[in-house]
Design a binder for this molecule. Sequence first.
Ligand code: PLP
Length: 397
Amino acid sequence: MIPTILPTYNRAPLAFVRGEGSWLFTADGTRYLDLGAGIAVNALGHAHPDLIAALTEQAGLVWHTSNVYQIPAQQKLADLLTEATFADTVFFTNSGTEACELAVKMARKYWFDQGRPDRTRILTFEGAFHGRSAAGIAAAGSEKMTKGMGPLLPGFTQLPFGDHAALDAAIRDGDVGAVLVEPIQGEGGIRTLPDACLKGLRDLCDATGVLMILDEVQCGMGRTGRLFAHEWAGVTPDIMMVAKGIGGGFPLGAVLATENAASGMGPGTHGSTYGGNPLACAVGARVTQIITDPAFLAEVNRKAGLLRQGLEGVVAAHPDVFAAVRGSGLMLGLTCRVPCADVVKAGHGAGVLTIAAADNVIRILPALNIPDADIAQALERLDRAAASLAPVGSHAR
Ligand code: PLP
């Protein structure tokens, strides 16, 4: 018999009833150190007092009106985001997937309005993840996501990740309108596009007029130690997808764009009943105020250094379990020598939560404000998890 919840997830036998900072608690009071943060969503940990205050204050005023009216909380968040980034304009969504839908539509509409309705092709990269909608799976193109789901939305071509020569060749095809890339692939296994690639991509886009769309749904909002990951490379996109961390756990996403890239999106070209809802935007504004503080980002970088150094030690101590640490800031991955699902499960036994990804990687995506003492706990618990997997006598601890 089919479960009453559609079984599209392989769920762990764990249910959490309460969260506090970097910790989650089961009904019997057992605590787990959350190094997944709901897959990079709980950017400020669980039950952050400022976010509870922002949500409850808005909840006592008005929950929903509609985008047919002005929404002050939405305007406030749009102002914060445009002040802090390359963007001139923002559209709010409820998720990263919806941000992908709009990014694709915006790029195509841009070229239509330029008198080039043929420039519909969007170049993407193997291993990418942009969501589970028809556009999202067509953009990623992997067999795993698309098999049996056809006919797929046409107009996407996947290139090898980070292969600049392939990009250079493909981008010159006359029908290309945009390139869509994650600066760091999350679901793809914490694979970082080198800064030089991102710079080279910007140069190619400038030379050809192709729009650069960055998917910062997972790597954005302070996760790498800058507000957005592309800032490390000193380039700016034309369109950017944001979600996950921006809502701190409340469903919220956004598409940020330059005035030029967004020029085709007038009244009636896009919409959303819930997108930019007052509750989501009240929380999002508070999250954004906290994360854009340079002192907060400096702390993210310091904590990232501490965590990375410790993880290098855990990897070195368990060469039968782990191969290497990779990633940037607090978006880290451990490549595994045993099935990564076994490592995640061993973590549950040791009271630490990590997230599996492609390429046999476990993701370490803690709250950006994880206390140093919890970083120490993380290392201790990961060490214990690895020790429970390694063959007896195989490591030097
Ligand atoms: N883009 C990236 C890079 C993601 O990591 C995700 C989700 O994991 C998405 C898009 C889709 O976002 P959502 O699940 O909020 O629809």
